[in-house]
Design a protein around this ligand. Structure first.
Ligand SMILES: Cc1ncc(COP(=O)(O)O)c(C=O)c1O
Length: 466
């Protein structure tokens, strides 16, 4: 973060918390230089940024003053209506470009598959193939294999979320769960709320379904900006929110229980449904698994979507939605589209999960991701130019990097892909209304010579672009 942004943020905090009242005079530029220790140019930039946000105004020769209604002004510029979404073709081109085996997979959304396919899982699959027959049968039609749903329901119960197998619908991966949930709850033209930076699948779903998207920015400290959230739901007729609150992709933050609790209250007050994308729920590094919004949901307003893609393999295409009272509706939609999820794999995963291999596997996976992410963080943090920021959150396998504002991450991506190295540029995750100066790096691969070489090239490109 630039020094001027840092100063602007701390002044903004004073304004938003009411320390300075409307029309009160701010310290002059020179006074602010003395107070803050920053240079005159930094202070000028910070004041101009606050002015552009409508938080302060200037009077010639008199200085800067607090705006009439600074809190409203700040929130208004944070909540954005995204009327025309055109992300599908960008995502399509991007996914095609990183598909080849020769591309170094730093831009991949998938974890290193070698860490996922444990020998126990392979044995279970082989056993299923050898001894079981008759997979093309009714029990795997929607809502999906009963045993698998029972085991998933047990995992919710273990976290204090009362769940019956009938609440769960098995889907073709997490993305299918998100799409089906959105289709069940919305119609074309409805307003939905997304985080400003979010997994591109959410943008794609909104584009496909013709939804109007309101976005709120991430809070630099808490992940979710509750004030902006309140402003958005009170201003727009939002029907559904689609949020990621645990191990957010691409940024990585996890929102606190206190904020989740408040969020659940607001959803109830405003009668808004939440589709919770929680496909990284198992990839925390702490002692305790973060709670999902489902835990705080007393009124059946949360459809919790998850999958085994990030822990056992995306190729299995097995996910689920805790659909509760929407189960039947979602099954209807499934029977009109994908019909059924692969029954062989459902059987095999039910078998695997029933033997408690999964938790052991998850423990190993978490500690490997933690080790690798830390290595990548150290390397990039030491070697990228000092005005880059590598965000380090304790979960998952992505690093989110802020480049200087003058560097467009799509250009870095184009240069790197010419050299057979993939990185994920920010255009995949947020709209064009702010600087596209972020990249996401996948850290789930051992840092061998090949990866190190790719990281060095990235560091060189960023340094040369300054
Ligand atoms: C945040 C998020 N949600 C959903 C998905 C889709 O998961 P699945 O592969 O299970 O469909 C992904 C995949 O990258 C993701 O990152």
């Amino acid at each position: 973060m630039y020094k001027s942004e840092q100063l602007a943020l701390s002044l903004q905090h004073l304004i938003e918390t009411g320390t300075w009242k409307a029309h009160e005079k701010l310290p002059s530029l020179r006074q602010q230089v003395e107070i803050s220790g920053f240079s005159l140019i930094t202070v000028m930039n910070a004041y101009q940024e606050l002015e552009a946000k409508g938080l302060i105004y200037s009077k010639e020769k008199l200085g800067y003053f607090i705006a009439e209604n600074p809190v409203q002004a700040a929130l208004a510029q944070k909540v954005i209506v995204n009327d025309k979404i055109e992300i599908n073709s960008i995502v399509f081109r991007y996914l095609k470009s990183i598909q080849s085996e020769k591309i170094v997979p730093l831009g991949s959304a998938f974890p290193n598959s070698q860490l996922l396919y444990s020998s126990k899982l392979m044995q279970t699959l082989a056993h299923q193939a050898k001894y079981r027959v008759g997979y093309e049968q009714m029990p795997s039609l929607p809502p999906g294999n009963y045993e698998l749903r029972k085991l998933i329901a047990q995992r919710y119960c273990m976290q204090g979320i009362p769940t019956d197998p009938s609440d769960i619908v098995i889907t073709s991966g997490g993305l299918d769960a998100l799409n089906l949930s959105l289709r069940a709850l919305t119609q074309s033209g409805d307003y939905i709320l997304l985080q400003e930076t979010i997994f591109y699948g959410a943008w794609q779903a909104a584009e496909n379904l013709g939804l109007k998207v309101i976005t709120i920015p991430e809070h630099p400290e808490y992940g979710l900006d509750l004030q902006a959230f309140k402003k958005a739901i009170k201003t727009y007729p939002i029907k559904v929110c689609l949020l990621m609150l645990n191990s957010h992709n691409p940024i990585g933050f996890t929102v606190s229980d206190e904020i989740k609790f408040e969020l659940a209250k607001l959803l109830h007050e405003q009668k808004i449904y939440l589709i919770e994308d929680d496909v990284y729920e198992e990839l925390y590094y702490g002692q305790k698994k973060p709670l999902s919004m489902k835990y705080f949901d007393q009124y059946n307003q949360v459809l919790h979507c998850s999958s085994f893609s990030k822990t056992l393999g995306a190729g299995f295409r097995i996910g689920w939605v805790y659909a509760g009272k929407f189960s039947e509706n979602i099954q209807h939609l499934q029977l009109m589209s994908t019909v059924s999820v692969n029954s062989f794999i459902q059987n095999a995963l039910a078998d695997y999960l029933s033997h408690r291999h999964y938790d052991k596997h998850l423990k190993n996976l978490r500690s490997t991701f933690k080790r690798l992410k830390n290595q990548y963080y150290q390397y990039l943090n030491q070697n990228l130019p000092k005005d880059c920021k590598v965000h380090a959150y304790p979960s998952g396998y992505f690093l989110w990097i802020t480049l200087p504002k003058t560097i467009e991450s799509s250009r870095i991506y184009e240069e790197m892909i010419q050299k057979d190295i993939g990185i994920a540029p920010s255009i995949l995750f947020y709209r064009k209304n702010k600087e596209q100066n972020h990249i996401r790096i996948n850290c789930s691969f051992e840092m061998n010579e090949n990866i190190k070489h790719a990281l060095d090239l990235l560091i060189d490109h960023v340094s040369d672009s300054e």
